[in-house]
Design a protein around this ligand. Structure first.
Ligand code: ARG
Length: 568
């Protein structure tokens, strides 16, 4: 239950009773504020916007509204100048919210913005035979959280890994492999070896121009379905995927589809034909393009002069395929900001083709991962670093657990949850578009704004609940919810839905991350100030509050893709 709605409705009804019908519920909802200090009320309604509609001063309107509002969940209405401040009935609201959370458990906060419609999410999408970059990590983590959020809002998510598994680079790679490659070495260390071959190709090609031609020749063969070329390409793809698979497993991310660029090879001709029929293709220096002058954008290249198709052509085919296959209501592309132009062009071309659903395509960009202020690269020499980074984080978490709680069971399992959770949270607590400074040390501390801090708060709540003994005769007295510290937790718990909705509408998981930090801080303050386990009439109510808080922290972290150990 969202108590803001109670306030909105009371104001609305009060206005209606005064025969003021020009103010909508949405107007009221938009105007409602949460005062910076609790002593000013839980919600406030400034009356400025009503002044002209009601031909009266804001102060006068506030005074009148203040007199006429009554509701069992509202304890007191205070008028301060042009503001109407609302104090909720702490016991009634607390009981209602806590009971709701305990009943719905992980289902608390479920929304029905969607009615099961599909939302496709293009995420991760690394390039075969190349290292998994920090950008791909960000896309994976943000995309996965968005998929969870979308589901929480009543949609069905379809997670698509649009692998970069086609393009002229594969002709070069085949050439290099045939000249200098070694099967055993590739098998032992696929991406590292393939990358080394690719780098060597470029070095040697500077000296020997015939190599480039050989590379093109092999790509042509690949496109024509030559058996050897296809065999090698498939092999490169399989071994790369196996390596990426290890990263996905560590991160706990799964996909509904691995249809990458190559999947669209036989689906582009139809797109090109359609563009032709719709008179959208123009020739430019022998290439075929869709002009986008009217939007002040460079043309979208569809087909090169040698007949080769491009990244954009494949994305056009992919968008059409996804619409046909999944009938998506919305389609997200979680891809770095460098590709903003590409997606603008893509969406515009689809609009020009007459597809109104192109208005529901969203490029969701994100900032860079920095190390000491510089763009972080995953190549150390020629070694893939991301897996190492994750293992470092797990190792550091393991060490921390060892020193804090040496007798813990399942230390390895918990260390993985904590280490990986730290990396994920460090990403998601930031606004998506911000650049992030990567620091293992900062992300793994148990205090401050970190994943381990949240997990630790959850574990602390679990431990309280394990330790508690509730004698049968105890009645539950909700008076303990009058306490400011308890109330601040309850009030925040009541706002979980709002936060999920804004994370959804803004494509911004950091809304949830920040919410969880606030909630944990309030909970830890409460824990420090109140004897939760003291046996008196408030015990049951306090334990319920602890349980409800633990449910929301756990569910919030789940939405972000982070696990919650019960002990740590
Ligand atoms: N493979 C691309 C890259 O690494 C990202 C693909 C994003 N998705 C898409 N549909 N274009 O840059």
């Amino acid at each position: 239950m969202v108590f803001k709605e109670v306030i909105v409705l009371s104001i609305f009804e009060s206005l209606n009773s005064k025969e003021i019908f020009s103010v909508s519920k949405t107007d009221i909802e938009k105007a409602i504020e949460i005062p910076p200090q609790g002593k000013m009320g839980d919600y406030a309604f400034p009356c400025f916007s009503l002044a002209s509609k009601m031909k009266n001063s804001p102060g006068q309107i506030a005074a009148e509204l203040g007199k006429s509002i009554q509701h069992p969940y509202i304890k007191q209405v205070a008028v301060v100048g042009p503001y109407v401040n609302f104090f909720l009935n702490r016991q009634a609201v607390g009981k209602k919210i806590i009971e709701e959370i305990l009943k719905k458990k992980a289902g608390y906060g479920d929304l029905s913005i969607g009615q099961g419609e599909n939302i496709t999410i293009d995420l991760s999408s690394p390039n075969i035979a190349k290292p998994f970059s920090m950008g791909h990590l960000r896309s994976t983590v943000i995309g996965n959280a968005l998929a969870n959020i979308v589901e929480k809002c009543g949609f069905t998510s379809v997670k698509i890994n649009h692998l970069g598994d086609w393009g002229t680079q594969f002709g070069k790679l085949i050439t290099a492999y045939k000249m200098w490659g070694d099967e055993e070495r590739v098998k032992a260390n696929p991406i590292q070896e393939l990358l080394a071959l690719y780098v060597r190709f470029h070095e040697e090609a500077e000296k020997d121009s015939k190599l480039e031609e050989e590379g093109r020749h092999w790509f042509k063969k690949l496109e024509d379905g030559d058996e050897e070329a296809l065999y090698l390409w498939k092999w490169f793809r399989t071994v790369s995927l196996k390596e990426f698979g290890r990263i996905y497993q560590l991160l706990g991310v799964e996909f509904d589809s691995y249809h990458g660029e190559a999947f669209y090879n036989d689906k582009m001709e139809a797109v090109i034909k359609e563009l032709e029929e719709k008179n959208l293709l123009t020739e430019s220096d022998g290439a075929m393009v869709v002009r986008l002058d009217e939007c002040n954008l460079p043309p979208c290249l569809i087909k090169k002069s040698d007949g080769a198709t491009l990244y954009a052509t494949r994305d056009l085919a992919a968008a059409l395929y996804r619409k046909r296959e999944y009938h998506f209501a919305k389609s997200f592309y979680v891809v770095g900001g460098e590709q903003a132009l590409h997606f603008k062009q893509l969406f515009l071309v689809l609009k020009k083709m007459g597809y109104t659903w192109a208005n529901e395509l969203y490029h969701i960009p994100f900032g860079m991962m920095l190390k000491d202020g510089k763009k972080m690269s995953t190549r150390k020499g020629k070694i893939v670093l991301l897996e190492e980074v994750l293992h470092d984080a797990i190792k550091a978490a393991r060490d921390a657990i060892e020193s804090r709680n040496p007798n813990l069971e399942n230390k390895d399992e918990i260390a993985q949850m904590v280490g990986v959770g730290a990396v994920i949270f460090h990403d998601l607590k930031n606004d998506r578009l911000n650049d992030i400074e990567f620091s293992l040390e900062a992300m793994l501390t148990f205090e401050g704004e970190t994943g381990p801090y949240l997990q630790y708060t959850y574990a602390r709540a679990c431990s309280l609940l394990r330790k508690s003994h509730v004698p049968n005769s105890h009645t539950s007295l909700y008076e303990v919810f009058e306490d400011d510290k308890a109330w601040s937790i309850i009030f925040l718990l009541s706002r979980f839905e709002e936060v999920i909705a804004s994370a959804f509408f803004e494509f911004n998981p950091s809304r949830i991350a920040k919410y969880l930090l606030d909630l944990s801080q309030l909970f830890n303050k409460y824990y420090g100030a109140v004897k939760i386990l003291e046996e008196n009439d408030g015990l049951v109510a306090r334990l319920k509050l602890v349980k409800a808080t633990s449910i929301v922290i756990r569910e919030g972290l789940r939405l972000l893709g982070i696990g919650t150990p019960e002990r740590m």
